[in-house]
Write a protein that binds this ligand. Structure first.
Ligand code: PMP
Length: 354
């Protein structure tokens, strides 16, 4: 830290992204990326957009917002596009939390929430999960703060039903409820259809997981016109050109060819069922994940040991050195080939311990 850094950031603990190895890695299952590349039409649209990079992009992302609105059955004025969904989440922390309105979220959830709260100088109220890692909607009634819930939750992968989300919304007419649907397309019901009935709902989605565009940094929020106008005021006060020309073109093309994305999601869900079955046969315990990752532990193998033994063998998964999570690992669901490599290495590691 330099001597010039504002004292308000001196204690900031930045978010730690999952490792992006610089060297060749056999099997990367640590950051919930898609194992499939984007459709060729998406790559072509990106290349075409690159021919006009001397020009600023459309600050209203008109074309992309229209495509998102039509895919989601909402009005373009109910959509904000952002540089990854992280940026929409950040705007929501900025817009809807303050000294009198803490951020309220599950004690085990996306690691960026406490960081966004900290950088905005707002308090966090972190609500414990139930013993089985699920969320009890009643814990969020009359929250007296802005609620952030990842659905399905991360890193547990456990979803809330639409009825449970609606229950939380109904009990918080005066609080904004942000539903972070980064992993919704792998088997969870989206809350977007509730937007027309609840002016306190903001749904956040991303192109990073189910649409194979993590490298593009493309996300969006869906909410009432008024909520979207708030977020746009912050966007235009920080970075009105938050999406570049390539991202706008790639995102639009991705929605125009969404069948392939859906097919990829279906394959990932199949691979998840297969991996769960095989890991259970080896004695692993896990939550019922509806995400493109699973959250697993083995009674005889500590999470950190499995993590480092797999790493030595070129398979990277995610481990957190935190008391509630240390027994566990989060494993991204990749291609069949990747899952077979994982299963082979895990089997080998367990056999070596006998
Ligand atoms: N929400 C959750 C729960 C996530 O795990 C992630 C991915 N790290 C994000 C949001 C942000 O994804 P992106 O910025 O790539 O859209």
């Amino acid at each position: 830290m330099s001597k010039f850094l504002s004292s308000k950031y001196a204690a900031l603990e930045p978010y730690t992204p999952g490792e992006q190895p610089k060297t060749q890695v056999l099997t990367k299952l640590n950051t919930n990326e898609s194992p499939f590349p984007p459709a060729p039409e998406v790559v072509e649209a990106a290349a075409k957009a690159a021919e006009s990079l001397q020009l600023y992009p459309d600050p209203d992302c008109t074309e992309l917002r229209r495509a998102i609105a039509s895919a989601q059955g909402v009005d373009p004025d109910e959509v904000i596009c952002s540089n990854g969904s992280d940026e929409t989440l950040y705007f929501a922390f900025m817009a809807y939390c303050d000294g009198g309105r803490p951020a309220v979220f599950p004690a085990i959830s996306y690691g960026f929430y406490p960081v966004f709260a900290e950088i905005n100088g707002v308090a966090c109220r972190q609500i414990p999960l139930k013993d089985d890692f699920s969320i009890d909607p009643a814990d969020y009634y009359d929250a007296e703060g802005t609620i952030f819930i990842a659905n399905p939750n991360a890193p547990t992968g456990i979803p809330l039903s639409l009825d449970q989300i609606e229950d939380i919304l109904r009990h918080n007419p005066d609080n904004v409820v942000v539903i972070d649907e980064a992993y919704v397309d792998f088997g969870t019901e989206s809350a977007v259809p509730l937007v027309s009935r609840y002016d306190n709902l903001l749904v956040v989605q991303t192109f990073s997981k189910s649409r194979s565009l993590a490298g593009m940094r493309l996300g969006y929020g869906i909410g009432s016109r008024e909520l979207i106008a708030d977020l746009n005021a912050l966007r235009f006060s920080t970075n009105p050109y938050n999406l570049d020309r390539i991202a706008i073109a790639a995102g639009t093309a991705s929605l125009e060819h969404d069948e392939i994305n859906r097919e990829h999601c279906r394959m990932i869900m199949e691979n998840r069922a297969y991996t769960v079955e095989k890991l259970r046969e080896m004695g692993f315990e896990m939550t019922d994940s509806t995400a493109n990752f699973i959250f697993v532990r083995h009674p005889e193998l500590h999470g950190s040991e499995l993590f480092s033994r797999l790493r030595e063998r070129g398979v990277i998964i995610r481990h957190w050195d935190k008391p509630d999570l240390a027994d566990y690992n989060r494993i991204t669901i990749g291609s069949c080939e990747q899952m077979d490599i994982l299963l082979r290495e895990v089997r080998d590691i367990l056999a070596g311990r006998q």
